[in-house]
Design a protein around this ligand. Structure first.
Ligand SMILES: *[C@@H]1O[C@H](CO)[C@@H](O)[C@H](O)[C@H]1NC(C)=O
Ligand SMILES: *[C@@H]1O[C@H](CO)[C@@H](O)[C@H](O)[C@H]1NC(C)=O
Ligand SMILES: [Ca+2]
Length: 461
């Protein structure tokens, strides 16, 4: 179509040239003139028609340049080229990414040659057909814009390829990172296994420890009579009435045991002296360091107080239930602060032996048959009721317990005061310490005193 236009333009130009040199002959002048006019008219008409047709049949150029946009979320296409006629071309990134570069180059080349030829036509047409010229210039401009867009498209494509390359690199980096993480994970798994193993080791050593502790505990429990407080049964299966029963069952170690006197079936704890003079002694009183106050009232002396393994008073009630179940002897071990020791022993001992209600009767003392090294300081108290600071059962017009700071079977006061103050040996006050007058007088408070009872040997025979 463009070439056709080109030929027609040339022929019109030749016709224009030939009309100049046919004016010599006058007779044929009018004829030539008419002919020329007709030819020119024809040429103008043909040219106009062709131009009109050209304009009319011109390729349906788009109203604007093709639209090129990158998609952000619309389908999978990365780039969409929207043509003037409304159709779209979507460009996808394919994993294999086919090379469209050449196609773009060819498109560009076609556009460029088209532009050149149009520009040539444009220069030829200048000055002849202003309207067509404008039209063609517009066409050329649009083609130029299209070409620019095409090269833009190519650049986009190239950058997309580069992007793909970058994406590949990123992918490699990610894969490397993943590998590193997997390695870290496996390392931490190894560490976790180590931790679990060490915890297991700790647990098994703990179990071993527990086992050995159990064994030690078992052994301790078997040796428990030395310091334990378990009820102890006799060899013949009955419960021990006192420490002599426990001794008879084979126990030979000093310590705290539970005993069950006949008239005290619930039993109580007592310290058993299993070593002194044949053992089997039930301790009813001990002084050794002054750690316990012995200046107490009736209830305390009736029920007992102190620490079985240390200073204590077993209790008048307990002494009564023991001494009424058999004939008991009493031994009193004494020691001064020069480590001298002495003892007093009585073949008969009991409290409230004949009382219907020993508590109401005041636990009167029965004592007889002295022997020993400390001298007798108790026989004068025979038959006396017990007196405490709050219960005056003595023969004095005062309360001997209050006066001599103790509690005892006072008569018109005492020849012994083993529940007196712990005064640490010699003292200037009179008879208010731990006194055994037949051995150390009335102004020497003993370091150690222990009263203990057991059934008399006649009884056990
Ligand atoms: C059990 O033995 C003790 C001495 O250990 C004895 O006094 C008591 O009578 C015995 N009891 C019986 C039921 O044999
Ligand atoms: C008494 O015996 C104890 C140990 O039993 C000792 O430490 C102390 O020095 C002795 N005292 C005297 C006066 O011998
Ligand atoms: Ca009195």
């Amino acid at each position: 179509m463009v070439n056709d236009l080109w030929k027609i333009m040339n022929s019109a130009s030749e016709l224009g040239d030939g009309s100049q040199h046919k004016s010599k002959s006058t007779c044929s002048y009018l004829l030539w003139t008419t002919l020329l006019f007709v030819i020119v008219l024809l040429a103008v008409t043909v040219t106009g028609t062709v131009l009109f047709m050209n304009n009319y049949h011109a390729p349906p150029m788009p109203d604007g340049p093709p639209l090129i946009r990158t998609n952000q979320g619309e389908g999978n296409a990365l780039v969409t080229v929207e043509r003037g006629d409304g159709s779209r071309v979507n460009i996808f990134i394919d994993p294999n990414c086919p090379d469209y570069g050449k196609n773009f180059l060819r498109l560009e080349g076609a556009h460029t040659s088209l532009l050149h030829s149009l520009t040539d036509h444009d220069s030829d047409l200048k000055g002849q057909k202003g309207q067509d010229n404008v039209l063609l210039v517009n066409l050329a401009e649009q083609l130029g814009t299209m070409s620019v867009h095409a090269s833009q498209l190519k650049r986009d494509y190239d950058s997309l390829r580069r992007g793909q390359g970058n994406l590949g690199q990123e992918l490699n980096v990610l894969q490397t990172e993943q590998g590193r993480l997997i390695q870290l994970l496996s390392e931490s798994q190894v560490n976790m296994v180590k931790v679990v193993n060490s915890v297991n080791e700790a647990l098994s050593s703990l179990q071993k420890e527990t086992g050995s502790i159990k064994n030690r505990l078992k052994a301790d429990l078997q040796r428990a009579p030395t310091r334990g407080a378990r009820p102890k049964t006799c060899a013949n299966g009955s419960r021990p009435r006192d420490c002599s029963d426990i001794y008879a069952s084979g126990q030979r170690e000093d310590g705290t045991y539970s005993i069950f006197p006949t008239h005290h079936p619930s039993g109580f704890q007592a310290f058993c002296d299993m070593t002194t003079d044949g053992g089997g002694w039930t301790v009813i009183q001990r002084r050794e360091d002054g750690s316990i106050s012995f200046f107490r009232g009736w209830d305390a002396y009736r029920n007992g107080f102190g620490k079985i393994t240390g200073e204590h008073w077993l209790g008048l009630r307990q002494i009564n239930t023991l001494t009424i179940q058999a004939n008991y002897e009493l031994r009193i071990d004494l020691e001064d602060f020069e480590n001298n020791t002495a003892f007093a022993q009585y073949g008969t001992f009991g409290v409230g032996l004949l009382s219907v209600d020993p508590n109401d009767d005041g636990y009167p003392l029965t004592i007889a048959d002295y022997s020993g090294t400390a001298g007798d300081s108790l026989m004068k108290h025979n038959g006396m009721k017990f007196t405490t600071m709050d219960q005056d059962n003595d023969h004095s017009e005062n309360n001997c317990a209050s006066f001599y700071h103790g509690a005892w079977w006072y008569r018109n006061c005492h020849t012994s005061n083993l529940n007196g103050k712990y005064l640490n040996g010699q003292h200037t006050s009179y008879a208010d310490g731990i006194e055994w007058s037949s051995w150390t007088g009335w102004q020497y408070s003993l370091k150690f005193s222990e009263m203990k009872i057991r059934p008399t040997k006649k009884e056990t025979k």
